[in-house]
Design a protein around this ligand. Sequence first.
Ligand SMILES: [Zn+2]
Length: 258
Amino acid sequence: MPELPDVEGFRRVAAEAARQRVRDVEVFDPQVVRGLVEQVRGRYLGEARRHGKWLVLPTSSRDGDDPPWLLVHFGMTGMLLRCPPGEDVHAHDRVVLHLTRDDLRYRDMRKLKGMRVVRRSEVDGFLDELGPDAAAVPLPDFRACVGRGRRALKSALMDQSTVAGLGNLCVDEILWRARLDPKTPTTELDGDRWRSLHRTMRSVLRQAERAGRVPDRPSWLTGHRDDPGERCPRCSGTLRRAKVAGRTTVWCPACQRG
Ligand SMILES: [Zn+2]
């Protein structure tokens, strides 16, 4: 499921298509789009940016108008691909932007209305409904957002209006590294633990961004969460699996006591 590191990978894909002109737009499935994506026809793509799990694709203004920008969410199964023109259409390609040199394809097995067309002037208002981006938020803001109210850490970190970009794999990995139990109430963390949690989040995200996903390396919890034996790669204790915040959560009760 695409989380911040995956979407950062899609941002790099889109960045390679910047400054190309949209020659044509093909919508194979109008259900996935809110708004008229055809409005971007004839415009140039700008530098893509990311906020949390959202990718922002700017387009050029024409005659000083308020241009239609694309906001793309990847839901559970979405992806963005850059393909040579003329390549066969995949069964799950929902929208294809035919650019000057490449095709940019939004592919999603499920249909979750992942693409929105929003005027440039409306983009900030849309993104303001999200918390700060997890990869960029400084410690004081992180603590203020996540520490608001008494909630389980897992719930608070998964809430996109609290901090944007983290999903199930990221949060489990971060909490495992920071040795914090996912059910710990946010009100029980002291200053040292907030610092450690924030530092760990940044480190996990940096490494995962480089990989373009949360990597299932042997030294990571993610590398073991689907193992039949499910042993902790740090202490070899038995990992626990249960629903926390409505999501299947994996943690090590021996290491994660905080
Ligand atoms: Zn352990």
